[in-house]
Design a protein around this ligand. Structure first.
Ligand code: CTP
Length: 247
C-alpha cells in the first residue's frame, strides 16, 4: 500500500483497507487416504505459476496423544480416521490468522512417532493456500473460509495399495499393520465421514492429476478468482487515493 504521508496516518489505518495479502484464497482438497490429495495439490501449485502458494496438510493438526493412546497407535489400534482425532479449533485459528493477513504457527507432525515434533513452522499469509487432508471439507467453519472445495476420488483398491507402499516406505509401518488399520478404522470412517464430503464439494476430481480436464478447470477457476480479487483491490486503492487528492 503506498503510504503518502509520514507518521501514523496511513491509508491503511484511516480507511481499514485490506491489503491483498489479507485476502488469501483457500482451496480445500479432501478425499480418501491414498486418493492422491498431495499429488493433486502439488500439481495445482505447479500449474498456477504464482509466487505465494502454500500447501497446508491437515496432518499437522492431529491431536497429541497421551502415553496409553500412543501405545495403541504403535499397535495400529488407534483411530486416526475419526474427526475427533483432529484439532479443528486450532486449524480454524490458523486459517483465520492467515485470512486476516497475519502470520501463523503450524505444528510439525511425525507419522513415525505418532506425535507432534518440538518445532513448528511459521507461515505468512500467501496468495493461495491449499488445505489438503481427509477432513478438509468436514468442519463448517473451515468451509466458510474456503473459496473452492475439491474432492479427490480414486478406487478403494488404488487407495489401499498406494497407502501400503507409502506407509511402509515413508511412515515406518509394516504391511500387516497397514492392513489391520485400514479395515479397523480407515475404511469404515471413510464411508461414514470422508465420502459424504462429496456433497459439499464444488468439483469432484476422479483419477487425480491424470484428469487433465478437471485440472485445467481447477486452475482456470483459481486464476479467475485471483484476477477478480486484484481488480477489486486496485479499484479500492484508487478510490482511496482520489479521497486524499480531494482533501
Ligand atoms: N495416520 C496414521 N498415523 C498417524 C496419523 C495419521 O496412520 N499417526 C493416517 C490416518 O489413518 C489417515 C491418514 O494418515 O487415514 C491421513 O493421511 P493421508 O490422507 O493418507 O495422506 P495424504 O498424503 O494427506 O493424502 P494422499 O494419500 O491422498 O496424498
Amino acid at each position: 500500500i503506498p503510504d503518502h504521508r509520514d507518521g501514523e496516518d496511513t491509508i491503511a489505518k484511516r480507511a481499514h483497507y485490506s491489503p491483498p495479502w489479507a485476502d488469501v484464497s483457500i482451496i480445500g482438497v479432501a478425499g480418501s487416504s491414498g486418493s492422491g490429495k498431495t499429488t493433486l495439490s502439488h500439481a495445482i501449485v505447479n500449474s498456477l505459476n504464482l509466487p505465494w502458494v502454500v500447501i497446508m496438510s491437515m496432518d499437522s493438526f492431529y491431536k497429541p496423544l497421551d502415553p496409553e493412546s500412543s501405545k495403541k497407535a504403535f499397535r495400529n489400534e488407534w483411530d486416526f480416521d475419526a474427526p475427533e482425532a483432529i484439532d479443528f479449533d486450532e486449524l480454524v485459528n490458523c486459517l483465520r490468522d492467515l485470512k486476516a493477513g497475519k502470520r501463523t504457527k503450524i505444528p510439525n507432525y511425525s507419522f513415525e512417532k505418532h506425535a507432534r515434533l518440538e518445532n513448528s513452522t511459521v507461515i505468512y499469509s500467501p496468495h493461495v493456500l491449499i488445505l489438503e487432508g481427509i477432513f478438509a471439507l468436514h468442519d463448517s467453519r473451515v468451509l466458510d473460509l474456503m473459496d473452492m472445495r475439491i474432492y479427490c476420488e480414486a478406487d478403494a483398491d488404488t487407495c489401499l495399495s498406494r497407502r501400503i507402499i507409502r506407509d511402509v516406505r515413508d511412515r515406518g509401518r509394516d504391511v500387516e499393520g497397514c492392513i489391520k488399520q485400514w479395515f479397523a478404522f480407515v475404511k469404515p470412517n471413510f464411508e461414514n465421514y470422508v465420502q459424504p464430503q462429496k456433497n459439499v464439494a464444488d468439483i469432484i476430481v476422479p483419477r487425480g492429476i491424470e484428469n487433465r480436464v478437471a485440472m485445467s478447470m481447477v486452475t482456470q477457476y483459481i486464476e479467475r478468482r485471483l484476477l477478480e480479487k486484484s481488480t477489486r483491490h486496485r479499484a479500492a486503492l484508487k478510490s482511496l487515493e482520489r479521497g486524499y487528492d480531494s482533501e
